[in-house]
Design a protein around this ligand. Structure first.
Ligand SMILES: *Cc1c(COP(=O)(O)O)cnc(C)c1O
Length: 382
């Protein structure tokens, strides 16, 4: 063998595998070609074209909701949801989320007020929400963290008592159902993300679920610059429209979604079985959902585990398996938030502890069970 060939072979052998916490789900490429041909043929690229319309219809059916407004991404959808309900002043939200949740408040000139979470669900604690209400409070923005439903009844009760709006950041909760149907029907509005890393993706995309046609009309106007008809602009809207390319992709992804969910379920079950009884490792449980989406697999590395969460993270990384410390640090630690009185660590002890303990393990539909085995062996062997 030539020297060069030997070297390149060595390089292959030494090349580290890289398994990430998630891997975007893509449909078979050949199945997407007919959609592209149709776009090229009718030359409707955006502004509520036929694929956009069809995806709204099919998502309503799939999710079991009445009205949906598609968006270019989940963050613009969050920003627009707050605009649609004319939310101002202070909004109570969770520090234990992806930073887009509270960024959407800052983009509306709203002051985020962080309240602590429940240790068992890692969702906003209703008692802490109530304690954080001031005369300036106008709304609550909870997150169904990891797709586990919030205590929606308690939150609605608080909202009714204090006349507050509720906008759920439901970016993790696609497809999740409780006893009475879609978890997305709760609150005034729910916001989804169809980002590449989410369980249902359109590369980039998002949506607002709303309760009635009137609200849908307002949101549809806001996402189209505030246009009302040809020559009228009724509000300072934004460009939040989903393109035909992304909508077509969504239609195709939907066809493969049930299979993807059942694979996720099997992987979730495999992790739980193999990690059961490992001292110091706690697998987060669901919070009463009837149909889960198995979007993430968070474990909590407790004090009685032999090494720290960060050491475990590093050991897995050294073998080419890359978990994620979702969510570390809490949002309240970032420079634009840490000056807020509600960001003090004494106000958010549970969020801080969770953030130091949590590790999300790889979970995506085509993750091999052998990798799950190995991850669990590595975790159990410490
Ligand atoms: C992904 C995510 C978002 C943002 O959605 P994009 O579509 O990426 O803009 C917001 N909130 C949470 C909790 C998320 O996980």
């Amino acid at each position: 063998m030539s020297n060069a060939a030997t070297q390149s072979k060595l390089r292959v052998v030494k090349m580290k595998r890289n398994i990430f916490v998630t891997k975007p789900t893509l449909p078979p490429l050949e199945e997407f070609i007919p959609y592209l041909e149709q776009i090229w043929e009718n030359k409707i690229l955006t502004n509520g074209g036929p694929f956009h319309q069809q995806l709204e219809d099919e998502l309503c059916r799939y999710l079991g909701v009445e009205h949906i407004c598609l968006f270019t991404n989940g963050t613009i959808a969050l920003v627009t949801a707050l605009q649609a309900l004319r939310v101002t002043g202070e909004v109570i939200t969770t520090p234990y989320s992806f930073v887009a949740t509270s960024h959407s408040l800052l983009w509306n000139g709203i002051k985020p007020i962080f309240a602590d979470i429940c240790a068992n669900t890692l969702n906003l604690d209703p008692a802490k929400i109530e304690a954080a209400i001031t005369p300036q409070t106008t709304a609550i923005m909870p997150v169904h963290c990891y797709g586990h439903p919030c205590d929606v009844d308690a939150i609605q009760k608080i909202a009714d008592n204090y006349n507050l709006k509720v906008i759920y950041d439901a970016a993790h909760a696609f497809g999740v159902q409780d006893e009475d149907g879609s978890v997305l029907r709760h609150g005034d509005l729910s916001v989804l993300s169809f980002h590449a890393t989410k369980v249902f993706n359109t590369f980039e995309g998002g949506a607002i679920i709303c309760p009635d046609a009137k609200t849908k009309l307002r949101i549809d106007q806001l996402k189209n610059f505030g246009h009302v008809g040809e020559v009228n602009v009724a509000a300072p809207g934004i460009n939040g429209k989903m393109s035909e390319f992304n909508a077509a992709l969504g239609l195709l992804q939907l066809k493969h979604l049930d299979e993807a969910f059942s694979r996720r379920e099997r992987i979730d079950a495999a992790y739980r079985e193999r990690l059961q009884g490992v001292r110091g490792i706690h697998c987060l449980q669901g919070s009463g959902e009837k149909i889960a989406n198995y979007a993430y697999f968070p474990i909590l590395v407790k004090a009685d585990y032999p090494i720290s969460r960060d050491e475990l993270n590093q050991r897995l990384k050294d073998t080419g398996i890359n978990p994620r410390r979702y969510f570390y640090p809490p949002i309240s630690e970032f420079p634009m938030y840490r000056g807020l009185a509600s960001s003090h660590r004494e106000n958010l002890p549970i969020a801080f502890e969770a953030s130091r303990q949590v590790l999300c393990l790889p979970l995506y539909p085509d993750l091999e069970i052998e990798v799950v085995d190995e991850v669990c062996r590595l975790i159990a062997g410490q």
